[in-house]
Design a protein. Structure first.
Length: 202
């Protein structure tokens, strides 16, 4: 009996911690990166609270470092949720330099994009199962996919516009030939049902 492949929710907690550490130890990185991130880029509850505090400090034009971050978290009553002083200390000491911050930033953004695509695929599948108007469903799917691209803010997905037309063509084929999945299964049933599975070019 074949083993089923474990589905892993798109996230990279280690990259999240690394990037937060870079922000803590390098003001130039903080100035560049904090405004490019959002709460949804983080999946660890501690990291979400730490980022929110950093973003607030940045907005108030307060230098982000260990002392100001802990003070902000304490004042907002979120220090415990953020892992307390012990975890902030661990983050501050996590990396010797912020040299690879851009690489980890892109890792985090990639996972955000994948999570967004997963949610979009579920929404598309739900619409397909209940739709009585194929063209409206295709338009909704196209809008949803393009929104993911437009909101990505990452070079990682430059090619998404190239694959959007193919995905929509697969949806049209599914309407014309229901139940014929000709591509490779991804492990996400909803996504496979909508896209007909991954094709050779994927």
């Amino acid at each position: 009996m074949a083993e089923s492949k474990v589905k892993v929710y798109p996230a990279n907690v280690e990259a999240e911690a690394y990037l937060l550490s870079c922000i803590l130890i390098d003001r130039a990185v903080a100035d560049e990166i904090v405004v490019k991130l959002s709460e949804k880029d983080f999946t660890d509850k501690r990291h979400i609270e730490i980022y929110k505090a950093m973003a607030s400090l940045q907005e108030d034009r307060v230098y982000i470092d260990f002392v100001t971050l802990v003070d902000k978290l304490r004042k907002t009553g979120k220090l415990s949720t953020a892992g307390d002083i012990e975890y902030i200390t661990e983050l501050a000491d996590k990396v010797p330099s912020a040299g690879a911050y851009e690489y980890h930033f892109n890792l985090i953004k990639r996972e955000t994009i994948l999570r967004d695509l997963l949610e979009v695929s579920k929404a598309i599948a739900d619409d397909v199962y209940h739709s009585e108007d194929a063209q409206k469903s295709i338009a909704k799917a196209q809008t949803a996919l393009i929104n993911v691209y437009n909101n990505s803010g990452s070079k990682e997905l430059k090619s998404i516009r190239d694959v959007t037309d193919e995905v929509l063509a697969n949806i049209e084929r599914e309407y014309a030939n229901p139940g014929q999945n000709t591509g490779l299964k991804t492990g996400f049933a909803n996504f496979d049902n909508v896209t007909n599975g991954l094709q050779r070019s994927d």
